[in-house]
Design a protein around this ligand. Structure first.
Ligand code: FEO
Ligand code: CA
Ligand code: CA
Length: 655
């Protein structure tokens, strides 16, 4: 989900920020800037005692004159320059391939895309809008095939003003859609599963694959786990409280060890209208951002999206949804044990105990970081049992302490403040109103937690915090060290027990340190980078991340243009050794787009990226978009697309 102010007010709306082009780079290198700005002692004081700060903690600041021309990064690609234009950019020696675009056929039976004749029937068989999370699942299941697999793709939201002509510019378009258009929008939400194959060095969709499938805003789904069947989940259409139509605003996600996908419903609140403040649940609605101001016209056309007409429908959204891409007939499961909030990813690690731990963020300014620990153990030989793991376990929320320690607090009914006296009748209510439960536990409000992802090599967990312009000076703490944090930062959580497979992800505690504080050095206060970072290596609004097989990090950004006047992109960084936190710019998106879903094949030779909302710039319309990427055809609007980035010589990404 898009730009810097999106989460608080609108989504699917055009950013109000300024895209004024690239600042010519005349500034000194970041190493020089950091040396001027920070002494080692001041850096550590600012970011917490014992913190291994962005290459400073482990190596110390190098003395003046020791700047490293190429830097100590383990990556060997030639870094690109910051841009903000209508095209995307990769380093010398790399190429991009468009794999699938909005409207493209999901199967050989799908109708061809005709932007002037969109229909529900066509969209249900075509690739949806605004691709976000990408999961690559090798075929056959359990293999590490890097040239043939299933691509699972979220379709987070729609931008009516770029889908149809004649709508007003900006945020008003989403409120001006007809009933028919809203039905097409529902069909453009959800997810796609497509089989992809690399043939002759080119990635293509396998059109006749039995796996290819669309999941939409109306696909029947089942609510499972402790809250399933709860009175607060029952509606006029579903007296059982277990059957729901569709999933909405699926942002990030994760692949489970047993080869399913968990996909995260994020800003579900914006689809619901009606006077929420007049309902008995007004206080809870408010905590979830459900107000009388809908962001879409859907509640005018569909009673279930009006909270005054169908008060519980909104409680059936905001969950993690588990989908088995290997079984095209399977029903998506909304797993209530993982709690209801504005979910970002859910990245899994099999703990040495055999239990599976999912790390998750609640992407809102001032919301929390969570982990879910399964009760049962992962059994590589029993997929049927693994498919039930997400229905039983304990949700925890993080409390970051200023001394570098972290506590994981369980959200269990009857424990601590989570009692009837405080408004929780049962565990179902604790999960349906997980945000409120976490408030009572005194979780630490964070600067928009997006991906929270365990590093498969080091065992530590990286928390990507996009930004929080609303943090005030009196609310600053060590884990969120800046007021008016427009550029975000990245924290590393270190579980006890040692590195790699020895890390204890089930433990109730951990330690944390600051990995990187984003923004433009010399311009933005409080930035912390590796001192060898180049003038193109700084970043703004980190959002999603991925790790290669060596544990090196890929960071995708969302919101950089409005915060820093450079396009969103992908930066590569080591996480340990002398190149720790030395971010280097690898990919830059077309104007208006964020970069989502960074995903490597197991051989690290293909990087799939979801390029979301190209041309979502101020004033951009269907008729006059700021870019027509990727087709550059005057007859076609810009199209959100999944691309594959490969090295022309067939080598490893970033090498
Ligand atoms: Fe959809 Fe939190 O980004
Ligand atoms: Ca985002
Ligand atoms: Ca995201």
């Amino acid at each position: 989900m898009g730009e810097i102010d999106r989460e608080a007010d609108v989504f699917g709306r055009i950013d109000d920020g300024e895209n004024v082009g690239v600042n010519p780079s005349t500034e000194p290198t970041i190493g020089e800037v950091i040396e001027r700005r920070l002494s080692r002692r001041a850096a550590l004081r600012a970011l917490g005692a014992g913190a291994a700060v962005a290459g400073l903690g482990s190596t110390g600041l190098l003395g003046a004159g020791e700047a490293l021309a190429a830097g100590p990064s383990s990556f060997a690609f030639k870094e690109i320059a910051h841009t903000l234009d209508e095209r995307d950019h990769v380093p010398e020696g790399y190429e991009t391939q468009v794999v699938i675009r909005w409207g493209d056929r999901i199967s050989t039976d799908s109708p061809a895309f005709d932007v002037s004749r969109q229909s529900v029937a066509a969209q249900e068989m075509q690739f949806g809008y605004n691709n976000d999370f990408l999961g690559y699942l090798p075929l056959p299941i359990g293999s590490s095939n890097s040239e043939n697999g299933l691509l699972f793709v979220n379709h987070e939201y729609t931008i009516a003003g770029l889908m149809w002509p004649g709508l007003p510019a900006g945020s008003d378009a989403a409120l001006a859609t007809s009933k028919g258009q809203t039905e097409i929008e529902l069909a453009a939400h959800g997810a796609s599963v497509v089989e992809v194959r690399k043939t002759g060095g080119k990635w293509q969709v396998v059109g006749n694959s039995k796996y290819n499938r669309r999941i939409t805003g109306t696909t029947p789904m089942t609510l499972t786990g402790p809250a399933a069947g709860h009175a607060r989940l029952k509606t006029g259409a579903d007296a059982t409280g277990t059957k729901v139509l569709g999933m909405l605003n699926n942002c990030a996600g994760g692949v489970t060890p047993w080869g399913t996908v968990v996909t995260a419903e994020e800003n579900f609140n914006g689809y619901f209208g009606g006077d929420a403040a007049s309902t008995p649940d007004a206080a809870m609605h408010k905590r979830y951002g459900i107000t009388s101001k809908a962001w879409y016209s859907w509640s005018r056309h569909h009673a279930r999206f009006d909270v005054t007409k169908e008060p519980n429908e909104v409680n059936r959204f905001g969950w993690m949804v588990e989908i088995d891409p290997h079984d095209p007939a399977s029903t998506p499961m909304k797993r209530t044990a993982l709690g209801r909030f504005k979910h970002e990813g859910a990245h899994a690690v099999v703990d040495k105990s055999g239990q599976v731990v999912f790390y998750m963020g609640d992407d809102e300014r001032g919301d929390y970081v969570y982990k879910f620990v399964t009760s049962g153990k992962y059994d590589p030989g029993n997929r049927a049992a693994n498919l039930r793991l997400l229905d039983s376990g304990t949700l925890h929320v993080a409390q970051f302490k200023d001394d570098g320690k972290l506590a994981w607090l369980p959200l269990v009914h009857g424990q601590g403040p989570l009692t009837e006296a405080n408004g929780f009748k049962d565990q179902g209510e604790v999960l349906i109103y997980a945000r409120k439960a976490a408030d009572l536990l005194k979780a630490t409000p964070m600067d928009r937690p997006e991906d929270v992802e365990p590093n498969p090599v080091t065992g530590s967990v990286f928390v990507i915090l996009t930004n929080n312009s609303r943090r005030t000076a009196d609310k600053v703490d060590k884990a969120n060290p800046r007021a008016d944090n427009r550029h975000g930062h990245i924290i590393e959580i270190v579980p006890p027990g040692g590195s790699g497979k020895n890390a204890d992800h089930v433990a109730p505690d951990a330690t944390w340190n600051m990995f990187l504080v984003a923004g433009k050095p010399g311009i933005d206060a409080g930035t912390v980078y590796h001192r060898a970072t180049s003038e193109n290596g700084w970043l703004s609004c980190p959002d999603n991340c991925a790790f290669d097989s060596k544990g090196r990090m890929l960071i995708a950004t969302d919101g950089a243009p409005s915060a820093a006047q450079v396009a969103d992109g992908v930066y590569l960084a080591d996480v340990r050794g002398p190149g720790r936190a030395l971010t280097r710019l690898f990919y830059q998106a077309p104007t208006g787009a964020e970069v989502c879903g960074p995903c490597l094949t197991p051989d690290d030779k293909t990087l799939f990226l979801a390029i979301q909302h190209p041309a979502e710039d101020k004033g951009s319309t269907f008729e006059k978009p700021s870019t027509r990427w990727p087709d550059f055809n005057a007859e076609l609007p810009p199209r959100p697309s999944v691309i594959a980035v490969v090295k022309k010589d067939g080598g490893v990404i970033g090498s």
